[in-house]
Design a binder for this molecule. Sequence first.
Ligand code: SAM
Ligand code: SF4
Length: 334
Amino acid sequence: MVISIIKGRDMKDQYGRNIDYIRVSVTDRCNLRCQYCMPAEGIEMASHDSILRYDEIIRICKILAELGVKKIKITGGEPLVRKDIIELIADIKKITGIEQVTITTNAINLKKQMKHLVEVGIDGINISLDTLNRSLFKEITRRDELPRVLEGIEEALKYDQVPIKINCVPLGRKEQNIEDIAAFAKDHPIHVRFIEMMPIGMGKDYHFLSEEEILKQLSKTYGTFTPYEGTLGNGPSHYYQVEDFQGKIGFISAMSHKFCHNCNRVRLTSGGFLKTCLQFETGSDLKQLLRGGASDEEIKEAIINTIHNKPKGHEFLSGKIERENNLSMYQIGG
Ligand code: SAM
Ligand code: SF4
């Protein structure tokens, strides 16, 4: 019986992986239009009705916590454009069993919202920033918003108690100057992670720059990168220490160093679909269950079955496209 996979408050899939982390996308709207994530225009924004409501998100998070989920990452689209975001985080923080609530943001609204995020006890903030070159930033994101992003980061750095990480997707453009992004870890006690582009949505039009290529490039400026043996965070990143750096340099190398065997996560899209792998369409429509009047026990059973059937791993490099999802990152939440 599938229910037997829950021991104590652990939720395991068919491969024995313990799923204790969920990324919850609270909107598919965004105030940027990153070329590799969202189309420039013509996006059919989901109607308000097709996005999970506040009470629905809270209900699913409570059920997930009862099943063993302990960490929640709030994502989007851009989560800070959702009007009730602060109250939502405050209420998720109150759920018994949830130990950590973090957020990933493009930082445009961070100057205004940082204080409120701290007040409700946010446990960490990941900021996505691909370049400090204003004209390239404008080209990549299709918006001239770098100054506001930098103000947001400056504000976030005032709060020592909140761990900040910067996430950057290298695009192989010289003028991106990823050395400048790495410098955040030199100048501040924060970690900078480089994420390999995945062929999802618009990301399919790009070639990923591998960890080895990035390391080679960064070493020319910063010298030796020594692998860090300790663990930091709960995710798939691994880290390097660099002399004179206050923070570490991390990599999320889904393409060159596949980490699916250690995957501890599932995703809830803004439309209420519980998605078990970034690449495949496998999962279940929890919104339909909720709105169809399902009981908590019925929803729990659906979640347990869905997680049990989580695919073994992605097949990005094998060219296998069977049952591949047709969602873009702004819909999935990264
Ligand atoms: N708007 C927020 C932000 O930018 O942090 C949250 C959502 S965004 C989809 C989350 C992360 O996904 C960002 O760091 C973005 O760079 C990354 N991302 C988007 N498309 C990607 C792709 N094809 N491959 C790898 N990362 C991607
Ligand atoms: Fe928006 Fe984040 Fe996607 Fe950029 S990466 S378009 S900021 S959702």
